[in-house]
Structures are given as C-alpha cells and as structure tokens.
Design a protein around this ligand. Structure first.
Ligand code: SF4
Ligand code: SF4
Length: 499
C-alpha cells in the first residue's frame, strides 16, 4: 500500500472514482430527492463519504512521502531524500483541495439541471387572472350550494383544491378568506404539496366541522397507494391525513387517479374503507379518474354501488359518452365533482384571445355548472385575485356571450392540444407510449404551472417520448381532434425529461 501510494497515480485514480461516484451515485440520488421522487439517500451518501475519506487519507500519505526532486546532473542515491516539509504540505493541500472540489463539483453538476429547471419552475406563477379585475367582481362569494349526490351534504358550487394554495404569501389567511366567502368544500391530498394539509389544519381550526366538506385521497406523501397495498397501509394513509389536518374525520376518501377497474375494486381498499367508515373516520368512498379508461372505470364504479362521489375531468368539450356517464352516476345518487374545468387554462397565453381572456374562467365554470348533474367544481385558488374572479361565476347562468367566449377559445386551440386525453390514439403507437398521459403532463407543465409535478410524473413512466424522435409516426391521423401527436410528444419530452 505504502509503495502504491508513493505513486501519485493511485491517488488520482481514487479521486476519479470519488468524482464518478459523486456524479452517478450520490448526485443521481440527490437529484431524485430534490424532485421528491426518492427519500434521503443514506447508503449512497455513506459510500461517497467513505470513498472521500479514503481519497483524503491516500492524498495525505502520498504527500508525506513525496521525494525531493533529483539534482540536475547530480548522482542518484538509491533512496532519494524526502521533499522539504513545506513542499509536502503545499502539495498535499493542493491534492486534497482539488480532489474535494472535484468530487463536490461532480455531485453538484449532476443535481444542477434541477436548479435551472426546478428553481424557476417553483418560482413561476402562471398568470391565470385578469391584471385589471373588474370592480363588480370585488368581494364575490359563493351564491349556490348543491347536493353532493345523495350524501345529504350541500356543497359550494365552486370549491377549492389545495395543490397550489401554498403559493400564496399567506396561505392560511387566504384559505380562511375563502371559507368566509362561503366555499365549504376542500379537496386535498397528501401528495399534492406536503405543506397543504398543515395549511388546511390551521385554516379550519375552530370552525364548525360539520359546515365543511373535506375530501382527500388514499395516498401518502410519496404518491398513490398501488393496487394490492395492504389494508393497514390504506388505513394508515387516512390516519396520517387526519392527524396532519387536525380533524377526526374526512367526508370523502377517493381512490385517486384510478385508471383500472382492478385498482378501483381492490378488495383491500374496500375493506380499509369499511373499517374507516365504521370507526367514523371516513364518511363516503369516492374515485377520481382520468381518461382513457375513464368510461370503464366510471361505469364499474357506478355499477358497484360502492361509491358516493366521483371526481372527473370535465370541461366544455366533453364528449357525449361522458355526459351519459355523468347523468347515469347522478341518477344513482353519486355526487359529481368536476376538475380540470379550464380546459388547459391557455386563455392568458393566447394573443388573439386577450379581449376574452378576462371572462374565460367564469364562462368555463358556468358551462360546467350548467349541467345539473354536476355537484360542484374544484379549482386551484392561490392568487389574491382568484376569489373575486372565480367566485363571481358562482350561481350564475351560462349566457350566449359565455358560449361565444368558449367557442373562440376552442377555435384557437383546435388541433394543437390534447384536452380529452381520450386514448383513442394509443393503439396506433407500436412503442405503447402513454400518449394521453404524456400530453396531460405537458399540460400540467405548460398551462398549470405545475412543472415539478409534471416532471416527477413523467420521470416515473416506463417509456418516454424520446421514442418519437426517429419514429415513422404511424400514429399520424389517429387523433380525432387532429392533435399532431409526434410533434407534441417530442416537445413534451424536451420540457419534461430529466436533464
Ligand atoms: S392525442 Fe387525441 S386521440 Fe390521443 S388522447 Fe389526446 S385527444 Fe385523444
Ligand atoms: S411518433 Fe411517438 S407516439 Fe407516434 S407512433 Fe411513434 S413513438 Fe408512438
């Protein structure tokens, strides 16, 4: 070992290994931690620190045994003397400093793409509101309450989500203000934003609990519970939510973002719900679902007789079958909660739409609420102006002028964006890309300002859209809406990929 360390190449190799481990090992895990995909990387960190320590010791040992430079023309003794103490100290310091900086640089370099992508994304706020709100919007409040199916609960026709509420400078005061204006339905989930449950807890503290309707999900802070999760895991997820929200019960527990009937009818989640219901911790079972399996999942949920609430993406442009599902569910006493009602929320980004953009959200809400089978809609409130702008639509009737605004919006976005996420194109892709999901994540990124969430979701896909780059695109023409699938997917990959 000592002989080896006399040769500086060993030290160089050790530092190179440390840098490689820092970049590919620790850096990779840290990047996942930053993005919330993984936990604290204990073992990669320990391994990296151990190798760093070995490299440091090796550098010191090598420097301490550094030989003096031979005199030019002088005789070469068998064992050249050691270099001066000062030279050994300076060389050792330089080796250690360079090595540490290199290893740290490699680790940070691996994480840095997130600093350029995520940090601005976290700072960015999508301008969804009118910069010059109208005076008559001021102080708007809920004007209509509707039955949530046959649960006996009455819910505000416009309800608040909690995905982005923490973006407000005073989220607790902001949520209290919404409740004061009559919003009584809060849609929550532990995986939306870690801090949202604490915000809700503070905002509802001291208020009569029976005047509020709180919906949450069978999720943990890490994400949805998968099909086959143990009963105890489902129960623990809800117990965690109750503890963090400081409430004894939630009104609705959704099986979240459910795309298969197998997950919908997972006997463990149903047994967990039964236990929670008997314990008085959850009142009603719900399901939230996206397309393309929306029809199958929703029909199964209706026929099962187990569900009392259904949360569906529903906006102007819903396809006829979706209308049938909603009407059938409502007829069976299932409360319909509409989400994603702003159809991509592109109204502030369309130059030709500026004159209409101010009233778009209100027109879109009125369209959704014009369906009497809909109980209410959930939208993300977080901007100080949202309460005035959004709640002004509460209890209002859809007018011809609103329809004109929505029609113009549809004309401007025609053929460019996948809003229905219907999945009709899926069979045309030999690479089995989840086209609908990828385009939905792109919508989260571009239109909702949820860049981090979009990139996390994209990172979890088995197959990403780089497959489209050299593809002959047999999917061409497979979208009834005329979406240019290959072009949109390649663009999605550019935005969503883990750099
Ligand atoms: S691209 Fe078109 S066919 Fe494919 S999911 Fe979107 S709307 Fe449906
Ligand atoms: S272009 Fe993309 S989505 Fe279309 S067939 Fe090829 S891989 Fe599938």
């Amino acid at each position: 070992m000592t002989e080896l360390l006399r040769n500086g190449r060993t030290v160089l190799v050790l530092w190179a290994l440390t840098m490689i481990l820092g970049y590919y090992g620790l850096g990779g895990f840290l990047a996942e931690t930053v993005e919330g995909i993984g936990g604290i990387p204990v073992w990669p960190t320990a391994l990296f620190l151990a190798l760093l320590f070995v490299s440091l010791c090796a550098s010191v040992m090598w420097a301490r045994r550094l030989k003096a430079k031979p005199e030019p023309g002088g005789s070469q003794p068998d064992a050249p003397p050691l270099a001066s103490g000062r030279r050994r100290f300076l060389t050792g310091t330089a080796a250690v400093t360079g090595g540490v900086l290199g290893a740290a640089g490699a680790t940070i370099g691996r994480v840095s793409p997130w600093a350029t992508v995520t940090a601005p994304a976290l700072r960015q706020r999508v301008a969804l509101t009118d910069p010059n709100p109208r005076d008559d919007w001021m102080g708007a409040r809920v004007r209509s309450y509707r039955p949530l199916g046959d649960t006996g609960l009455m819910v505000s026709d416009i309800a608040t989500g909690s995905t982005r509420i923490q973006h407000n400078a005073d989220p607790v005061g902001y949520l209290k203000g919404l409740l004061d204006r009559g919003v009584n339905y809060i849609d929550a989930s532990p995986d939306y934003a870690p801090e949202s449950e604490g915000i809700i807890a503070e905002a509802i503290a001291g208020r009569p609990r029976d005047r509020l309707v709180i919906a949450s999900k069978f999720c943990t802070r890490e994400g949805h519970l998968r099909q086959g999760s143990r009963v105890a895991e489902y129960v623990a997820a809800i117990d965690g939510t109750l503890r963090r929200m400081g409430t004894d019960y939630i009104d609705v527990a959704h099986i979240h973002s459910c795309d298969t009937t197998q997950r919908l009818m997972d006997e463990n989640v149903h047994e967990a719900f039964d236990r929670l219901e008997q314990a008085g911790k959850v009142r009603y079972l719900g399901v939230s679902t996206h397309t393309p399996n929306l029809e199958e999942v929703a029909e199964t949920a209706i026929d099962s007789g187990r569900f009392k609430v259904m949360m569906l993406a529903y906006h102007h442009g819903a396809w006829p079958k979706q209308m049938d599902i909603i009407d059938r569910a409502a007829a069976r006493g299932i409360g319909i909660v509409a989400m994603k009602t702003l159809k991509g929320a592109k109204h502030r980004g369309l130059a030709e739409f500026r004159p209409e953009a101010d009233s778009y959200a209100q027109a879109a809400f009125k369209w959704v609420l014009a369906n009497p089978s809909v109980s209410n809609l959930v939208v993300s409130f977080y901007d100080n102006q949202h309460p005035d702008e959004y709640l002004f639509a509460s209890g209002k009737t859809l007018e011809q002028s609103d329809v004109a605004v929505l029609t113009k919006y549809d004309q401007l976005i025609a053929g460019t964006h996948c809003f229905q996420h219907c999945g009709d194109c899926l069979g045309a892709c030999p690479s089995s890309l989840a086209i609908n999901d990828i385009l939905r994540y792109r919508m989260y990124f571009e239109d909702y300002g949820d860049e981090k969430q979009a990139m996390q979701l994209y990172a979890k896909l088995d197959q990403q859209a780089d497959a489209c780059i050299d593809c002959a695109a047999p999917c061409l023409g497979s979208c009834p809406q005329g979406v240019k699938i290959q072009e949109r997917l390649i663009g999605a990959h550019e935005k969503l990929r883990w750099a």
